[in-house]
Design a protein around this ligand. Structure first.
Ligand code: SAJ
Length: 421
């Protein structure tokens, strides 16, 4: 690959990060093969359709598939650049141990078609050392190729770690405009990966080593988790002391160097509630605040449930409206959602007294089956329910005026209605 020839790219893993990334690389004019283990995902993409919800992604995928720049397959093929974007969940040991087996399986696939001059980039959020472990796995499978960091001479291939840092709902915009950290196994590897990202990233691309880039990604999400834990801890202190936490935060945030985040029913999603554990796993003795933040944010969910139950019990017979199931505002993602946990627990306990309002859901998730709880629209809930529990700060809930909430018992877990203490 010399001069300005567009490289052939292979993106492995076509989920929330892999598919938008593949589409953006294709838009930049590089022929992209997307590889996924799911036949259904591959067929959907090859029809020019998508299997996930993300703003503007449908139009982009349709366009690049029609132009012949993006194609999907369950089988890997040779390419110039390989981008790995597969999940890194917890192992099933109950100890929050990172499971990098999907990354290693992807690396083995890549090894089977790798040739001299290729670049391999890991994007999956990973514990420190994963890119080196991937390099070692490829080296074992392909002793014919000189690997970076393992040869005194010029390596045959380049390996780098480059995490995404995009926000669901703004993925296409943030993939293009956010700055990126690019960590090479060697500085030369970083430069090779940098030249690739420059093709489609408008933000600044900063090079470093692979281990620092791995840690940077984990640190970003741990930083946010710790800050949310501070807000959630404050809200539990305020509850004990009979204070209005929203008022305290509003006032404290008038200080020019204070910016307290917003308490809520806990931290959901698949990033902030997961990644800090990767740091804890790597340095359990040292990562004390990071571990505590995780525990505090998880505890907040149980605190909210206990307060919600207490409010229901002092309003016997009243119907209960749980407002929202998503893990955060204005999205249709219900995975790992504290709101969903609280609403389902209330449904199990109070049955058909519970009504759920979630404008982003077509039906209730399976754990509500047999509870008697119903999915209703906001007008029905406001007419029929005596207890209102906002669990998600969707815009449609924020604009409900005080007069429509008058005479209701309210537990505002997100602080969306400033007139409610
Ligand atoms: N939350 C609060 N209070 C707040 C802010 C958030 O309770 O003040 C809750 C949300 O309701 C949600 C959870 O935290 O349940 C996480 O939401 P989020 O908007 O903070 O973050 P995510 O998970 O959607 O995306 C994060 C982002 N990371 C950072 O902001 C440091 C994103 O940039 C990452 O790319 C993404 O994780 C990821 O994929 O790692």
């Amino acid at each position: 690959m010399r001069g300005d020839t567009k490289p052939d790219v292979c993106v492995i893993g076509l989920g929330y990060i892999g598919l938008p990334t593949a589409a953006i690389i294709a838009r930049a004019g590089c022929p992209v093969l997307g590889v996924d283990v799911s036949e259904r995902v591959v067929e959907t993409i090859n029809r020019g359709e998508i299997h996930i919800e993300e703003v503007d992604l449908d139009g982009l995928v349709q366009a690049v598939v029609q132009r012949g720049l993006l194609r999907a397959s369950t089988e890997i093929s040779p390419a110039d650049v390989f981008v790995i974007a597969v999940p890194t969940p917890f192992a099933k040991d109950g100890n929050h141990t990172p499971d990098t087996s999907y990354v290693m399986a992807a690396a083995e696939k890549v090894a089977s078609v790798l040739k001299k001059g290729d670049t391999v980039i890991l994007e999956s959020t990973s514990p420190v050392g994963t890119t080196e472990a991937m390099r070692d796995a490829i080296a074992a499978a392909r002793p014919d190729l000189a690997m970076p960091g393992l040869t005194d001479g010029q390596p045959d291939v380049s390996l780098a770690y480059c995490p995404e840092r995009v926000l669901p709902g703004k993925i296409l915009e943030e993939l293009t405009h956010n700055d990126r950290s690019i960590g090479g196994i060697t500085p030369r590897c970083a430069r090779k990966a940098l030249a690739f990202y420059k093709r489609f990233v408008k933000g600044e691309c900063v090079t470093t080593d692979a281990r620092s880039a791995e840690m940077t990604k984990l640190v970003e999400n741990a930083f946010r988790d710790v800050n949310i834990a501070f807000a959630n801890e404050l809200s539990m202190i305020a509850d004990r002391q009979g204070l209005d936490v929203w008022e305290v935060i509003r006032l404290a945030n008038r200080h020019p160097r204070v910016n307290i985040l917003t308490p809520g029913p806990g931290v959901g999603g698949h990033c902030i509630a997961v990644d800090p554990w990767f740091i804890v796993h790597g340095a359990p003795e040292e990562a004390k605040i990071i571990r505590q933040a995780r525990e505090t944010n998880d505890a907040k969910m149980h605190h909210v449930l206990a307060r919600a139950k207490a409010l229901v019990e002092v309003n016997p017979g009243a119907k209960i409206a749980c407002l929202g199931l998503a893990f955060k505002a204005n999205i249709d993602d219900f995975r790992e959602s504290p709101a969903r946990y609280v609403a389902a627990s209330l449904a199990r306990e109070f049955g058909e007294r519970v009504q759920v309002v979630e404008p982003y859901a077509g039906g209730l998730p399976k754990e509500f089956e047999g509870t008697g709880a119903e999915l209703v629209d906001i007008d029905t809930a406001l007419e029929e329910c005596g207890v209102l529990i906002p669990l998600v700060d969707h815009d449609v809930f924020k604009v409900i005026p005080p007069e429509e909430r008058a005479n209701k018992a309210v537990y505002d877990t997100r602080g969306i209605w400033p007139d409610v203490a």
